[in-house]
Design a binder for this molecule. Structure first.
Ligand code: UGA
Length: 453
């Protein structure tokens, strides 16, 4: 099939590359000339494991192209997949300017039946707006062409996006129950056909339910995390171990193990933004989502739990102390620093007078940009922050090690190296990655999240 992807951000690029790999012909449109040039040159604007090879292979084999040519992009795809950014505005609501512009361009240039696929995460009701915009453009051109807007939310996790796309649990399709809608559904089934060979994974529903499904999924996952974080804090007070509690409840198939990991709080562009957006949508309809409001405020507090543990251990004044921080990205497998807990933790350490030596395998540059922005009014603090090339360098002379993001390479901790290199061998394990007993036996002071120490 011929598919156009509007927007080569994270979702657009992964979707385009994966669809091309399935054998479709994919035309990726982006307004940013520099980005298109970069992609045509084989360079990636984002870090996502495996994406560079996937893009290169499909581009070389002629199934994937990048362009800034709007007219050509509308002409190309029977399916026009909108995957543009929907950044939060100052008041927290989604800025739909790019979605609207994409709809306008499609309406202005289309010359045959098109399926407009809404993939960016957008508030419930946006597909109807897209439909109105396309129709108005057609009307202005006095064209009487059929089209249908389909909601097809993505469920990709950063760092595992290709695998998530290629092995979907479900494909949600929100379609209108009319003639163009049924025609659109046929084309969508064709697009995702390869995923339904052994098992039907498509969930067909009305457009609004599909839009809400996306928010409901992220809100549910965020709720599980905040619930466990709150219980972890209670476990600390009660002398219980949240890791044992997690195993104890996760083994109940009605509960399951996923997304029950307590720690330094959730970050990223999706959970914080989507939970906020859902609360806002509900308020606009006169309903408060009390559970989700609490989920967000528990998470804001949780981002500071590790810092509070440090202050509890060393006292409020950290002047003259040095801390090693492992892991800066909001989670492993990405260089994304949006809402990363490391930002609040490092800023707090610096404000309390500490020096910080930070390490991340891929996010150091984006971390430096994010922290410079966070501390723009206190630039002198940044002089006490340095980034190191190898994790071991951060340990030299450190009073404590803080683990914020559980990259694989941090899994094995060598207690004798810690004791040799650090001023005091203390670890604050913000992801409950390490074995407290093993470290304690080796003479390392261990403080986790919800492990009663
Ligand atoms: C999330 C969803 O998992 C995807 O299904 C969805 O498509 C995506 O948002 C989106 O809306 O685009 P993502 O934000 O990439 O994906 O990352 P996750 O792996 O879900 O992790 C989110 C945050 O939760 C991370 O900060 C992670 O450290 C934290 N987390 C996750 C926990 O604190 N505990 C857990 O048990 C799991």
């Amino acid at each position: 099939m011929n598919v156009t992807i509007v927007g080569t951000g994270y979702v657009g690029l992964v979707t385009g590359a994966c669809l091309a790999d399935l054998g479709h012909h994919v035309f990726c449109l982006d307004a940013d000339e520099a980005k298109v040039a970069m992609l045509n040159d084989g360079r990636m604007p984002i870090y996502e494991p495996g994406l560079d090879e996937l893009v290169a292979r499909n581009r070389d084999e002629g199934r994937l192209s990048f362009s800034t040519d709007v007219k050509a992009s509308v002409a190309f795809g029977d399916l026009q997949i909108i995957a543009v950014g929907t950044p939060p505005r100052a008041d927290g609501s989604a800025d739909l300017r790019f979605v609207h512009a994409a709809a306008k361009a499609i309406g202005r240039h289309m010359d045959r039946f098109k399926v407009v696929v809404q993939k960016s995460t957008v508030p419930v009701g946006t597909a109807e707006q897209v439909s109105r915009i396309v129709r108005a453009e057609l009307h202005a051109r006095a064209k009487d062409l059929d089209f249908s807007v389909v909601s097809n939310p993505e469920f990709l996790k950063e760092g595992a996006a290709i695998d998530d796309f290629m092995n979907p649990d479900r494909i949600v399709l929100g379609v209108d129950d009319d003639l163009p809608g049924r025609r659109a559904l046929g084309l969508m089934r064709q697009l995702y056909g390869p995923f339904n060979c052994n098992q039907e994974r498509t969930r067909v529903m009305d457009v609004r339910s599909a839009e809400l499904t996306k928010y409901a999924a992220n809100a549910m996952l965020a709720t599980r995390i905040s619930f466990m974080n709150e219980l972890a804090n209670l476990a600390d007070r009660l002398g219980a171990d949240i890791e044992l509690v997690r195993q104890g409840i996760g083994s109940d198939p009605r509960i399951g193990y996923s997304f029950l990991q307590a720690g330094a709080g959730y970050g990223g562009s999706c959970f914080p933004k989507d939970v906020d957006a859902l609360c806002r949508t509900a308020l606009e309809r006169g309903q408060r989502l009390s559970v989700l409001e609490a989920v967000q405020s528990v998470n804001q507090r949780q981002k500071l739990v590790l810092l509070q543990k440090v202050l509890g251990h060393f006292g409020d004044d950290l002047a003259g102390r040095e801390f090693a921080v492992y892991g800066l990205a909001f989670k492993p497998g990405t260089d994304d620093m949006r809402e990363a807990p490391s930002r609040a933790i490092i800023a707090g350490l610096l404000r309390a007078g500490a020096r910080v030596a930070a390490h991340d395998p891929v996010a150091q540059e984006s971390a430096a940009r994010a922290l410079a922005q966070d501390l723009a009014d206190e630039p002198e603090l940044l002089q006490r922050l340095r980034y190191v090339e190898r994790p071991a360098e951060a340990l030299v002379g450190a009073d404590a090690l803080l683990l914020v993001t559980e990259w694989k390479q941090y899994r094995v901790l060598n207690p004798s190296q810690l004791k040799r290199a650090m001023r005091t061998p203390v670890v604050f394990d913000g992801r409950n990655l390490w074995d407290p007993d093993q470290l304690a036996a080796a003479g390392v002071t261990y403080l986790g999240v919800g492990r009663s120490n």
